[in-house]
Design a protein around this ligand. Structure first.
Ligand code: PMP
Length: 380
């Protein structure tokens, strides 16, 4: 075992040896035949991982999850339009700010931190006034709350409202059926449950979402504009090189490996994704049982709301951020709280991506937390 601490924050995460080796290769040209194959194959594989239809359009961009959020915002919303945002925490707040900067009129449907608004409450907000889109954070990394994305898609589709899901802490670790549920944008970043280092913004847009872009009265900033990127993505998928702005060739090379690893669980991509999500759910269950055993409470108010991809855990009575340092002294890096209203009262442990295949590292993390909790309690 290396002396490097085990990285258990909710992204960036530990990556597989295959992904790490691919990411360590010398950079390729963006027009090299093997790169064209990696990019084209990754675009195709994304449709499987997103459970999207053939008519949906994947985009692979150099950038962060925030860039993907801005891109979605700028391509589907016109200034002056109304958007309903389901607000579950820090990243929903960011989405609201982006929408405001786009000139949207935002109505927020919120709940207490750790809880989620009911589907009925969101439906009522949609019915108040004509609404262009519903934005939601599939898993909010600041609370560990997972929304009922399927239910949200249903009420939005019934009302002909576009849906945009921030899947940055979810895609590849939580169930999401883009085609069957009729979602319009599902976006993520590479450093989370997809299992890569940071640096890629990944999203899939439905034909309806692309139609919205085509109907905008003014184009988005050039580097965010789907219509600039569309011919590039189409060309690569047809195994032809193309250029609008230089892709992150090394990361795309690693992406091909990472997506193949995800889909290699079964010859049928749907079965492979089911296996991937249920493996994340099983590991999340192991972590939650360990937290319970240590007498620790979760931030999500019910098991049903608790994400597969991370745990947000309240500090034991009398203990605060020193617990995060004590865990680090035991060789494991976890994250402090993030939600502005109570970030000093909890910490977060990521359990997504390759870690789900590493029982020894899962035990190492749990043991480090248990030992740190016991030691800090003993000092009280
Ligand atoms: N949304 C969610 C749910 C996230 O967890 C994050 C990152 N933690 C982001 C958006 C922003 O992603 P990035 O840091 O890659 O910009």
């Amino acid at each position: 075992m290396s002396n490097r601490p085990l990285l258990m924050i909710p992204g960036p995460i530990e990556v597989s040896d295959g992904v790490s080796d691919a990411a360590a290769e010398a950079p390729r040209s963006h027009v090299a035949p093997d790169f064209v194959e990696a990019m084209g194959g990754s675009l195709q594989a994304m449709r499987h991982v997103w459970r999207a239809g053939e008519d949906a359009q994947p985009f692979i961009l150099a950038g962060s999850g925030s860039l993907a959020m801005d891109m979605a915002t700028w391509n589907v919303i016109e200034p002056g339009e109304r958007v309903v945002v389901v607000n579950t925490g820090f990243f929903s707040d960011r989405s609201v700010e982006m929408l405001h900067r786009r000139g949207a009129h935002v109505t927020q449907v919120s709940a207490e931190p750790g809880d989620a608004p009911s589907i009925d409450a969101v439906a009522r907000a949609l019915d108040e006034r004509p609404t262009a889109a519903l934005f939601a954070t599939h898993v909010d990394t600041s609370t560990g709350v997972r929304l009922d994305a399927e239910g949200l898609c249903r009420i939005a589709r019934e009302r002909n409202v576009l849906t945009v899901f921030d899947g940055v802490c979810a895609t590849g670790g939580e169930r999401f059926e883009m085609d069957t549920w009729g979602a319009d944008v599902y976006l993520t970043a590479s450093q989370k449950a997809i299992g890569l280092p940071p640096g890629l913004a990944l999203l899939v847009a439905s034909p309806r979402a692309l139609e919205r872009r085509r109907a905008l009265s003014a184009p988005p900033p050039m580097s965010l504009d789907w219509l600039e990127w569309l011919p590039v993505m189409t060309a690569y998928e047809a195994r032809r090189p193309s250029y609008f702005a230089t892709p992150a060739t090394t990361l795309v090379w690693a992406l091909r490996t990472g997506l193949d690893e995800i889909l290699s669980a079964d010859t049928d991509p749907g079965t492979a994704m089911d296996a991937r999500v249920s493996a994340h759910a099983t590991v999340a269950g192991t972590f939650r049982a360990a937290w319970r055993d240590m007498g620790l409470d979760l931030v999500p108010v019910s098991e049903a709301l608790a994400a597969n991809t991370l745990s947000a855990i309240r500090y034991p009575d009398g203990i605060g951020q020193e617990l995060v340092s004590a865990i680090k002294e035991r060789g494991v890096v976890v994250a402090p709280g993030l939600h502005p209203e109570f970030k000093d009262r909890y910490f977060r442990v990521g359990h997504m991506g390759d870690i789900i295949t590493r029982p020894a590292d899962i035990s190492r993390c749990i043991d480090a937390v248990r030992d740190a909790v016991q030691a800090t309690r003993a000092e009280l």
